[in-house]
Design a protein around this ligand. Structure first.
Ligand SMILES: Nc1ncnc2c1ncn2[C@@H]1O[C@H](COP(=O)(O)OP(=O)(O)OP(=O)(O)O)[C@@H](O)[C@H]1O
Ligand SMILES: CC(C)(CO)[C@@H](O)C(=O)NCCC(=O)O
Length: 402
């Protein structure tokens, strides 16, 4: 847990906790208030306050916080929520604490509803996982400055999203499993494909093969490895030559893990770091390829990748980018998101907006405090951004309430 997050939480009132309880990780988004004011929103009054609600509206200034816990350690997560009283800041129907509800999505919103009721005394208000992923992605792409970026040759380049040219796009969420969603607008989408070979496969197989004790250790190990020791390359088959006629260079992987059977090595000679690297490459490549095929199926040029499998990891992003570029012959682009793992939780957070009959202020509009182009629509942006991306990167924002 990032200490900055806890500190700012303790100094201000928190509200609207939302949870995304996945197969591997629980993601939390919550808002802590630093200020409350009434601002006069008159249309077109400044270049970076381009979208406007033309009436006085109450605004909560504050910070959106992000945190994650392993789902297998759900009790740590519940303790964190209790310690910081996050569950008491959401929507309350009537006077009794028993009537508090917290927005939640992901399979765990069903699986752990009773446990959460028992431990926290709150009911989960369940939101559909795909709805939340799309709402979270749309929010980030429309409202958060420098959210999407490309990753080529080790370079990260932020992409300014033109609000009028956002749809359609393919959203690929690489969690434990992978969902591929064609997004056509706010709330307009179709889950067009998925694969069970995803982040859970990388972590599960990686653990079996390397004995690593944490996901981060496996990722770090992969960083040090060389996949060519394990993977069978085109050049290994063609005596160092490329197979140009079908567009394969000598260094292209002909068969992931294929060298592990053709060598005369003992099994113990294969280093865990090389195994980890091959595995990461295999999974990333496969997701990249299936994503591209789905983009091709629907004529989509942009593929946004989310989910905690990516973890901002250079080699993962590079493999996916190179794959999409290679198969699409440069036609399609892989884009990544700074808040990659929090799409579902953000979508659940934003769904407080739809809560009828609440006694508390509800989120009507969520706005990052950051400069953005004047052509922006849908969300309004003020102020400044809070540092580089990381697991728990917070967003300074205003919540418009009604
Ligand atoms: N600290 C971590 N512990 C476990 N897995 C991690 C960690 N950090 C990143 N990961 C990776 O992220 C994946 C989970 O991503 P994410 O949280 O987006 O999905 P999920 O919601 O748990 O899964 P699903 O949506 O399929 O239920 C893991 O399978 C693993 O590959
Ligand atoms: C089952 C979910 C949606 C749960 O988040 C996810 O793990 C997933 O998309 N798995 C891939 C399932 C499939 O389409 O083969």
């Amino acid at each position: 847990m990032d200490p900055r997050t806890v500190h700012s939480q303790q100094n201000s009132k928190s509200s609207h906790l939302a949870l995304d309880i996945g197969g591997s990780l629980i993601k939390l988004v919550y808002f802590s208030r630093s200020d409350e004011c009434l601002i006069d929103d008159n249309e077109g009054n400044s270049s970076n306050e381009s979208l406007v609600v033309s009436k006085k509206c109450p605004v909560l200034q504050g910070t959106l916080h992000f945190a994650k816990f392993e789902t297998s350690k759900i009790n740590d997560c519940l303790e964190f929520i209790m310690r910081n009283k996050l569950h008491l800041g959401g929507c309350q129907h009537g006077g009794s604490p028993d009537n508090y509800t917290v927005k939640a999505t992901g399979g765990g919103a069903y699986k752990y509803a009773d446990l959460i009721k028992e431990k926290l005394g709150v009911c989960l208000d369940k939101e559909d996982e795909m709805d939340c992923l799309v709402a979270g992605a749309n929010f980030l792409l429309k409202a958060v400055h420098e959210e999407a970026f490309t990753y080529t040759n080790g370079r990260k380049e932020f992409v300014q999203i033109d609000q009028d040219d956002l749809y359609p796009y393919l959203l690929v969420n690489i969690g434990s499993g992978v969902s591929m969603i064609k997004v056509d607008g706010d709330g307009k989408f179709e889950r067009v494909s998925g694969t069970n070979v995803g982040g859970g496969t990388f972590w599960g197989l990686g653990r079996l093969l390397t004995k690593c004790e944490s996901f981060d250790e496996l990722l770090e190990l992969s960083h040090q490895g060389n996949n060519r020791v394990i993977d069978m390359l085109v050049g290994d088959i063609y005596g160092g030559l490329e197979y140009n006629k079908i567009g394969l260079s000598s260094t292209a992987i002909a068969s992931s893990f294929g060298k592990a059977i053709s060598d005369n090595k003992e099994l113990a000679d294969y280093k865990p770091e090389d195994v980890a690297r091959s595995l990461l490459r295999m999974i990333s490549n496969n997701v990249g390829q299936i994503s591209y095929l789905n983009a091709l199926r629907f004529g989509l040029k942009r593929i946004f990748f989310g989910g905690f499998f990516i973890r901002g990891h250079a080699y993962t992003m590079d493999t996916i980018s190179v794959g999409v570029d290679f198969w699409s012959k440069g036609e399609a682009k892989a884009l990544f998101l700074r808040h990659e793992g929090f799409l579902g939780a953000l979508g659940a957070f934003a769904s407080y907006e739809n809560q009828p009959g609440s006694d508390d202020p509800i989120v009507r509009q969520l706005v990052q405090q950051s400069p953005i182009s004047a052509s922006h629509t849908g969300y309004k942006i003020h102020g400044s951004r809070n540092g580089e991306c990381n697991d728990n990167e917070s967003i300074e924002c205003s919540v418009y309430v009604s």
